[in-house]
Design a protein around this ligand. Structure first.
Ligand code: KIV
Ligand code: ZN
Length: 512
């Protein structure tokens, strides 16, 4: 017997982007959106159209590109936001406007300074206006988790009557626990007279570490959409993690009356891409996507797994996309094989020029590294996915010197706005010297908030992937760089972040 569908609404590009420093460029968002489509999420919340022209353009581009998932924009419950959201999703094959207003006493009194009656009136107006742009309108009572039940019932009845097709109950501050959250869904569905005319959705934050547990409790009590993010990214402690919700439902089919449409083999590649782009490293012991999630350390466990896998494993690593590093290409692979492999990985380069540049870099890498894996290719093309007009600073050549008793030294040749410049500096280590040299030229005055290095694959010839987070005048950007030489990777990452600051592509703050 086929089960009811549980819709997966991914908000990595909206709520996830509200993590400090996770703001993404339009190209980065598009790349993630394509991967989310491959993962087969039902809805992609692509951003908050009224937040900035950049956000509007990113949602537009995603709406023009994505065919299989619904593309959604968030909007506060006012005419300006809804018009922007409606315009941004216009090209989508399937587009949704998601409008929200707070319903808890504390938010209504202290933040909105509105009476409950005014809130209901504005919510209804917003849904009615949104319906002029699309039949697919979602309404969220923000801070529903701390709202009064009678009032919540009235608001929800009114917005469903006005045409909301999805009502999304938000635990905005992550205040609830599973039993209470499940009960809330049961009560609301029983008490709202027209509850059968909308899909019930759950949106949980992780302040008490309960976002996934609360979401699952809601599903057991009638929720048929879960809002979640890749790697649990999101405001403060994050949102419910998509991979955990999806795998709990899949693994415990004996308990859940629903199934998702997710292609679970795309979970790990999606997690990697989001981590690489946002600079948010996945902790090794994170469920499903952490490096140790399927590693057995104790001898007793290893022995058990060897005798019969299911003694200690409830899921198969390959079902969520873990595979032994897959050999991709070698030194002798030609341009065509390279192009075909990129297409297989879902990577589209904008022009033949970009493809040629990436191929040249692949050949250089193949000279340094015997085996090239899928992950290496993904890191390698990141450079070509940065639009040329953003590339104000470019590394041309480098030389680093590190010797006992001598201050480490970096000598760099950079292209700055098209003209070549040489610079050198010393520092407490080669990375410090390298960053000081770049700053001597760029004079950005940015603060370095984060520097992290990750090996992309195993072995000492692996590429190091470096993330640098810079802050300047309230703007925070992430830069990435990969190379078999981690000092070069560091220079690339720093320059990538500077290019983003220079382009002014990011918003001051993802949340209005
Ligand atoms: O957490 C929240 O309340 C939200 C809403 C906009 C749904 O993200
Ligand atoms: Zn949220």
């Amino acid at each position: 017997m086929s089960k009811e569908r549980l819709l997966i609404f991914d908000t990595t590009l909206r709520d996830g982007e509200q993590s400090p420093g996770a703001a993404m460029t339009r190209e980065e968002k598009l790349r993630i959106a394509r991967q989310l489509e491959k993962l087969r999420v039902d809805v992609i919340e692509a951003g908050f159209a009224a937040a900035s022209p950049g956000d509007f353009a990113a949602i537009r581009a995603i709406a023009e590109t994505i065919k299989d998932s619904t593309v959604c924009s968030l909007a506060r419950a006012n005419a300006h936001d809804i018009e922007k959201a409606g315009e941004a999703i216009r090209p989508a094959a399937r587009g949704r406007v998601h409008t929200f207003i707070a319903t808890s006493p504390i938010h209504m009194q202290m933040k909105l300074r509105m009476t409950p009656e005014q809130v209901i009136e504005q919510a209804v107006k917003a849904v009615t206006l949104a319906r002029q742009y699309t039949a697919d309108v979602e309404f969220s009572p923000e801070d529903a988790g701390r709202s009064e039940i009678d009032f919540l019932c009235r608001v929800l009845e009114a917005v469903i009557k006005a045409g909301a097709k999805t009502v999304n109950i938000a635990d905005t501050v992550g205040y609830n626990i599973p039993q209470v959250w499940g009960e809330l869904f049961k009560t609301l569905r029983e008490r709202v007279p027209n509850s059968d005319q909308a899909v019930w959705s759950t949106h949980c934050h992780n302040d008490l570490g309960l976002a996934v547990a609360n979401s699952l409790a809601a599903v057991l009590n009638g929720a048929r959409q879960v809002e979640c993010t890749i790697n649990g990214l999101g405001e403060r402690a994050g949102n419910a993690s998509l991979e955990e919700v999806v795998m709990a439902v899949k693994t415990r089919q004996d308990l859940f009356p629903v199934e998702t449409g997710i292609d679970t083999t795309q979970i790990v590649p999606t997690s990697r891409l989001v981590s690489q782009i946002t600079g948010y490293v996945v902790q090794p012991n994170k469920a499903i996507v952490g490096a140790n999630a399927f590693a057995h350390e104790s001898g007793i466990h290893q022995d058990g797994v060897l005798k019969h896998r299911e003694t200690y494993e409830i899921m198969r690593a390959e079902d969520v996309g873990w595979q032994a590093n897959k050999l991709s290409l070698g030194k002798l692979s030609g341009r065509n094989a390279f192009k075909t492999k990129l297409a297989e990985l879902g990577i589209e380069l904008a022009s033949e020029e970009a493809l040629n540049a990436a191929f040249a870099r692949f050949k250089e890498l193949a000279d340094k590294k015997r085996e090239i894996f899928d992950e290496d290719l993904q890191a390698l093309v990141s450079d070509e996915l940065v639009t040329p007009e953003v590339e104000h600073y470019k590394l041309i050549a480098s030389r680093f010197h590190s010797e006992t008793g001598e201050p480490p030294r970096a000598e760099l040749t950079l292209a700055v706005g098209g003209s070549e410049k040489r610079v050198e500096a010393t520092g407490s280590g080669p990375v410090d010297a390298c960053f000081r040299a770049i700053e001597k030229l760029a004079q950005s005055g940015a603060d370095l908030l984060l520097y992290s290095v990750n090996a992309i694959t195993t072995g000492t010839d692996a590429q190091g992937e470096v993330t640098v987070r810079l802050a300047k005048d309230g703007r925070i950007v992430n830069g990435q760089g990969a190379d078999t030489d981690i000092i070069v990777a560091s220079a690339k990452a720093y320059l990538n972040a500077l290019n983003k600051l220079h382009a002014g592509a990011e918003r001051l703050n993802p949340q209005l």
